[in-house]
Every structure is written in C-alpha cells, then in structure tokens.
Design a protein around this ligand. Structure first.
Ligand SMILES: Nc1nc2c(c(=O)[nH]1)N[C@H]1C(S)=C(S)[C@@H](COP(=O)(O)OP(=O)(O)OC[C@H]3O[C@@H](n4cnc5c(=O)[nH]c(N)nc54)[C@H](O)[C@@H]3O)O[C@H]1N2
Ligand SMILES: Nc1nc2c(c(=O)[nH]1)N[C@H]1C(S)=C(S)[C@@H](COP(=O)(O)OP(=O)(O)OC[C@H]3O[C@@H](n4cnc5c(=O)[nH]c(N)nc54)[C@H](O)[C@@H]3O)O[C@H]1N2
Ligand code: SF4
Ligand SMILES: [Mo]
Length: 695
C-alpha cells in the first residue's frame, strides 16, 4: 500500500493506493487534516486513469500536420524536437520558441520547466495556466499583504469560525471534503447561481447573495460601506495594522445599500444583514474563488474583498482571516517556482537584479544571460504563429484548446505554429493538434512534491512503475536539454535532486523552501512555507506583521466598473462558466473515466424557465449559444432559482460543446486574467445538425 495525494485539485486529499481484485491500483481515502477521511468522486476513481484504454505509451510524431501520427522511439522523437528547436532558434532567435506550463505540475517539474526555458532555450516566452486560475487573487494578496500564500492559515482553522463568507466559490462541488470544515460556521455565499454551496448556506442558517455576474466589486464596496455606517469596523486594528483606509473609504463612500442593490441586484436588506452577520461574528473569514476573480477587474474585486476583511480586522490574527481557495493540485507551488513569465524560483521577480544574481549563481551561469519577463498566458497563446510571436511551443500539463478563453482563436493560433510539442498521458484535444506528443508518467508513477491550498508542502509518492515506453516529465526535459547542449547534471531526473536545487534557489526568497527535505516530508511534518533550514514551519502567516516593510497591510482604493461586455439587443443574456463535481478542468482526464463520463456525459445550460421559454427552449432541448467570439451547444436544464439575466455552463467539454468558444479574452490589467465569468450571449434552439455534435 502506498499513501499519496489525489492527482486533481488543491485540496490534495490523502489517499491509499493498493492493487484491487483485478490487479489494477485502486484509491481509497486516507485520514488527513484537509480531507478528514473523505474523497470526492474524482478522487475515488482517480486510479482508473492509470490504465485508461487510450493511454499513450509511445511517442507520436508527424512531419506534416496533414498526416496521421506515427509511433516512434524516444530517441527519434527527442532528436526531432531538438533539431527543429535548434533550427527555429538559429533562424529567428531564442524568442521564437515558447513554453506553456501548469499548476498541475509538481514543484520539481515547475522549477525545471522554468529553468529549461531560461537556460536550454534562452527564451523569455514561458507562462502557464495558473494565469487563468488564481492570478487575480495572488496579485491582490501581494499588494495588500506583501506576500501571496492563498490561505495564510491551516484549513482546519475555518471550522472554529462563526461566519465564513465565500465569494464566487462553490466548494460543495469543487472541493467536497472541504465542506466538513464549513459545517459549523454559518456561510454567506456570494454567487449569481443558487449553487450547491449556496443551498448548504441557506440550510445552515446562512445567506445566499446572488449578484449579477461581474458586480462583486460593487457588492464588496457596499458591504464595507454598511459595516462602517453600522460601526462594525475594527478601528483599533485599522490604526495599528494597516495603511490607506481613508483613500479606500473614499472609493466606498458612495456605495450605500440601495446604490449597491441598484448595480448588483442584491436587495439592500440582504446587504445590511450580511454586513451585520459578518461584522458581529466572533471569528470570521472572507474566502474568494474563481467566480469573483476571473474577471477583467478580478484583481480589484479581490482587493475590495480584502479591504472588507481588513476593515473588520480579520487578517493576521488567529481565528479569522482572508484567503483565496487555490484550485489546481499544485496551484500554490506552481505559482512560485519560475514557470511564470515574470518570475524566478521562490517567488522572486525576474526583473529584480538581486534575484537574478542569486538564481544565476545556483544555476551556474551569468545573470545577464537570463532572459527578462515574457508574455502572459493568453497574450502568449495569442501571439503564436504571428509576426513577431513564437513559432514553436512546448506544452506541459494544460489543454488550452478547451480551457483557454476565446478557444476558437487559440485553436487558430496553435494551428499556425511551425512546431507544437505536447507532453501528456492521453491525446488531449491540444495534443491532437501537435507535431510531436511525448507520453508521460502519471501522479501515481512518480515522486515529487505538491503545495496544497494552505501552503503546506506534501510528498507525492509512486505506487507503481510507469508503463513500458512512458517517461517522466523530468526525463523529457533532461532528454531535450542535453540534446540542446546543456550539461546533463543541470537537468536532474530524480525529483529529490531537483528539490535539493529548488531549496537552494528559493533560500531567502518569499516562498522559502530551503528547510523542506525529503526526510521532514517523510516524517509527516506539517510544512507550511516559508520553511527555512532548522526552523519551524509557518502554518499561520502575518500574526506579528504583514510582509510589507512597515509590517502593515495596505487598503487599496478600488473603483467599480462594469464588465467588458454588458447585454444588448443582439446579445441580451450573460453567460457565466464554471465547474460541476464529476469533471476536472478541460475534462481530458475525467471524460475518459466511464463512471464520471456516464454521470455527466454532455454540456448543459442552467437557465431560468421564463428565459428558456422566451427563447423557445424547454428542459432537455439542445440549445445553441452565440457570443461575439463563437458558438457552443448545451442541453437545457431549467432552474427556477436562476437569475433571469444569466445562464451558466460548465467548461469541461470539447468540440462543439466547448464553453470557451464564447468567452471574452479581455484581460485584467494587473493579473492578465481573462474574463471567463462574463460573456454577453444569445441563446436559441440548436438545429438538428448542431445537437451535441462535434466540430
Ligand atoms: N469538480 C471540480 N473541482 C475542481 C475543479 C474542476 O475542474 N472540477 N478545478 C479545480 C480548480 S483548478 C479550481 S480553480 C477550483 C475552482 O473552484 P470554484 O471557484 O469553486 O469554481 P467555479 O465553478 O469556477 O466558480 C465558482 C462559482 O462562481 C460562480 N460565479 C460565476 N460568475 C460569478 C460572479 O460574477 N461573481 C461571483 N461571486 N460568483 C460567480 C459560479 O456560479 C460558480 O458557482 O476548483 C478546483 N476543483
Ligand atoms: N470558461 C472557463 N474556462 C476556464 C475556467 C473557467 O472557470 N471557465 N477555469 C480556468 C482555470 S481556473 C484553470 S486552472 C484552467 C485549467 O485548464 P487546463 O490548463 O486545460 O487544465 P487541465 O484540464 O487540468 O489540463 C491538464 C492537461 O495536462 C495533462 N496533465 C495532467 N497532469 C500532468 C502532468 O503532470 N504532466 C503533463 N505533461 N501533463 C499532465 C492532462 O492529461 C490534461 O490533458 O482552465 C481555465 N479555463
Ligand atoms: S476534493 Fe480534490 S483532492 Fe480531494 S478527492 Fe476530490 S479532486 Fe481529489
Ligand atoms: Mo484553476
């Protein structure tokens, strides 16, 4: 029996893996503070992915995109990719090649991928899918607190609180075992939909506030306004532990409850009741999820929530706080170790001369050879194959054909590349567009570390050897780097050797892992970063002061503005997107697991019965949705509790059911997060040819 953690989300539930009756590995829950012996349906079925029928076991290569793939041996595939990369670099310079990474990769892979881009390819053109995930919350936390660790406290603290406000998070579907920690507190759920989490809030004596998508910023300003006028603010805390309240207040001063109602649609009496519930609670937390973050003003929206938390005196104390619910398995660690366009390992900035010196020393190169900052994820995808943009991309751990905004445009850009190389376990929709596909090992076949949503570093353990013909991501990077002329020892294939280097690279940095050793991990120590050598870890940050030089948290004055698109005569409805319990992300993994695929076989559309009727639709019909970018199809589910102006779609489906055909790639100016949560659309019955069909 091997004890490890789930391959999917950032809760990183602990599980035991053991061969079942047929000899294949099966997962069952292990007791752990975050999951308390629970697993969701995806965790229970996760081991099936190891033996999925269309698992890739040999590298695939085609020299012409018109041709089918041929199975080739590893040397042929690696030589081919290295030669093509060398030629493209010689012809167009190092910026012609690009890398796209993932918050699903281990810390070791994230670190080595960034090093590979900067040293072996010498390119600045690397970013990753975390830009589409929690980047707005990360930016807002950094400017408020001086440091971003999604939850700067252990998850188990939540259970002690009286009230927890969840802004745009639906953990009842996205992290079901987390709900055990939210059973005692009363919940205030802010979600345009009456989600499973909102229903739980109502059942437990809490509240559901249903703002129009894209108006959270106004709602948070309205709650701050109400808290102040009701004398609920912690003025002593504001004076001693923060700066900037006066300016932030000026931005909130106009948001009395009736004005808030006018913009958000949340009744004024609910705004007042929620402010009182939160402000009077003995222990309270404000948590944000993607619903409030994935907007072109996501960073400012999160700042507005943090301002509310600061006004109430919550952050940096035991028993209360602000946190972002990070999503991907290694969404926290993946944002720290150098696969971001603007970053070097340890959360160092790539434009900081001291950071460059430190990393260059660890890597054994001169600092001036390190490239500068590159393009953010969507900007990178959108530049592919264009004049001045990269003509090659190496893709590790993401499926942007399904998950990127304005997916039709992204498909066109990928198609225009001279060289697309994908490492995956299966032929994902993005891998299917590639020139070369490397078949890689899965989570239960390799070691490494993951950092969960509370900043705790965990050990991923191998329970089986990879199938014959399959290599690890670290081996792929090693194979390419050495062919590109790098010394072999610079790209180790042993995860512990990479961790040793990552420890040195992160020493003294904001995300300091220098004290995180395999021995301490094996001993089960609770290693919340920063962890320096010989020092105790840091489960709760900011108790003695925030990470700004003056030790104070900063209120950020933020102004409300509408979403980039608002409904009009041609596109009269708002579409928002998100998740359902049984599928994960682009669905490349979960759509292949029979039990999950049968339970949720096709995209659906949650719509109010009146809105459906006005558009000629009823329960079970196939609907066609159209935005300024494209169209998608989904089966109608009538929801009498839905807002009449808003429909909801899960984004886990491919082909003609790709919700991202609709989405707006307008970007947040700070985080470069696209506006996944608001697109103006129209809806109509699908023609027979469109019904659930594939493009
Ligand atoms: N089952 C499942 N679980 C997952 C994942 C998965 O794909 N499937 N992915 C993991 C990852 S990477 C992530 S990032 C997390 C995401 O976890 P969540 O943040 O919980 O997921 P979402 O469903 O994207 O968004 C949450 C809610 O935001 C609401 N929403 C939409 N627009 C708005 C708005 O304008 N304002 C507000 N306040 N709410 C809005 C949606 O109705 C939805 O219920 O889940 C993780 N867990
Ligand atoms: N409309 C809309 N779009 C969204 C969102 C939304 O809410 N609405 N949410 C966004 C968010 S929060 C996220 S995080 C993204 C996620 O979307 P994606 O970045 O597409 O994430 P996954 O579907 O997890 O893609 C992972 C791919 O990598 C493979 N893979 C998994 N682990 C590994 C590994 O260790 N190594 C390698 N080489 N491959 C691996 C899987 O098989 C799969 O094909 O989607 C974003 N897109
Ligand atoms: S909640 Fe997340 S980590 Fe836990 S079993 Fe489900 S997918 Fe896995
Ligand atoms: Mo995510």
């Amino acid at each position: 029996m091997t004890t490890t953690h789930c391959p999917y989300c950032a809760l990183q539930c602990a599980m035991h893996l053991e061969p079942g009756p047929g000899g294949a590995l099966a997962a069952r829950p292990a007791d752990f503070p975050t999951n308390r012996g629970g697993l969701c349906r995806k965790g229970w079925t996760s081991a099936e992915m190891l033996g999925v029928v269309d698992r890739l076991r040999r590298p695939l290569l085609r020299k012409d995109r018109e041709d089918d793939f041929a199975e080739v041996d590893w040397d042929t595939a690696l030589d081919y990719v290295a030669d093509r990369l060398t030629d493209l670099r010689a012809a167009h310079g190092p910026e012609a090649v690009s890398v796209f990474g993932s918050g699903g990769l281990t810390n070791e892979k994230s670190y080595l991928l960034g090093k590979f881009a900067r040293l072996a390819l010498g390119t600045s053109q690397i970013d990753y899918n975390g830009r589409f995930c929690m980047s707005s919350a990360a930016a807002a936390s950094t400017r408020a607190f001086g440091l971003d660790r999604g939850m700067p406290f252990p998850l188990t603290d939540l259970g002690e609180a009286e009230v927890v406000l969840l802004a745009g998070a639906n953990p009842a579907e996205t992290m079901p075992p987390m709900m055990a920690h939210l059973a005692a507190p009363r919940l205030i759920v802010v979600d345009p939909r009456c989600s499973a989490t909102a229903r739980q809030a109502l059942a437990g004596g809490g509240m559901h506030l249903a703002p129009r998508p894209g108006t959270d910023l106004a709602l948070a300003l309205g709650l701050l306004h109400t808290a102040r006028t009701a004398n609920l603010l912690d003025t002593g805390y504001i004076a001693q532990r923060t700066t900037g309240f006066a300016q932030a207040w000026r931005a909130a001063a106009a948001w009395w409850p009736e004005q808030t109602e006018h913009v958000t649609g949340v009744p004024a009496h609910q705004v007042r009741a929620a402010a009182h519930m939160l402000g009077k609670a003995k222990g309270a937390y404000v948590l944000t999820g993607r619903g409030t973050e994935q907007h072109a003003k996501g960073t400012d929206s999160v700042s507005a929530w943090i301002n509310l938390a600061l006004g109430l005196g919550l952050p940096g104390r035991v028993g209360s706080g602000y946190g972002c619910i990070t999503g991907q398995g290694n969404g926290q660690g993946g944002r720290e170790h150098g696969q971001k366009a603007d970053q070097l390992p340890g959360y160092r900035r790539i434009d900081d001369p001291a950071a460059r010196e430190h990393i260059a020393r660890v890597w054994g190169v001169e600092a001036d050879t390190l490239p500068g900052p590159g393009r953010s994820a969507f900007e990178l995808l959108d530049a592919l194959g264009t004049e001045g943009g990269p003509s090659a991309m190496l893709l590790f751990g993401s499926n942007p054909v399904v998950s990127a905004p304005d997916a039709g445009r992204v498909r066109d850009r990928l198609a225009d590349l001279d060289l697309l190389v994908v490492a995956d376990f299966v032929l994902s929709e993005s891998a299917a567009m590639a020139d070369v596909v490397f078949p890689v090992a899965q989570w239960a076949e390799e070691g490494g570390t993951m950092t969960n949503l509370e900043g705790r570093v965990l050990r991923r353990r191998a329970a089986a050897a990879p199938p014959a013909g399959v290599r690890t991501d670290l081996e792929v990077l090693h194979g390419l780097a050495t062919r590109l002329g790098q010394p072999a020892q610079r790209f180790p294939t042993d995860p512990d050797a990479v961790l040793a280097e990552l420890r040195a690279a992160s020493a003294g940095a904001p995300a300091d892992y220098s004290g995180i050793t395999p021995e301490r991990l094996e001993a089960g120590e609770e290693l919340h970063w920063p962890v320096t050598e010989g020092q105790a870890p840091t489960p709760r940050l900011f108790l003695d002061g925030f990470a700004h030089p003056d030790g104070r948290a900063r209120f950020i004055p933020v102004q409300y503005r509408p979403a980039a698109e608002t409904p009009d005569a041609d596109y009269p409805l708002i579409a928002t997107t998100g998740r359902l319990m049984g599928h994960y992300q682009s669905g490349a993994q979960t759509r292949r697991i029979p039990e999950l695929a049968q339970a949720e076989p096709e995209a659906y559309l949650e719509i109010h019965p009146d809105t459906a009727a006005r558009n000629g639709l009823t329960e079970g019909d196939w609907a066609q949705l159209t935005s300024r970018r494209g169209t998608t199809t989904a089966r109608v589910r009538l929801r009498p509790d839905a807002r009449r102006d808003t429909v909801f779609l899960p984004f886990h489906y491919a082909g003609a059911q790709t919700a991202n055909n609709l989405t707006n790639p307008v970007l947040d100016p700070t985080s470069r997060m696209p506006e996944f949560k608001v697109s103006a659309i129209r809806v109509e019955p699908a023609t027979t040819a469109q019904q659930g069909g594939h493009l």
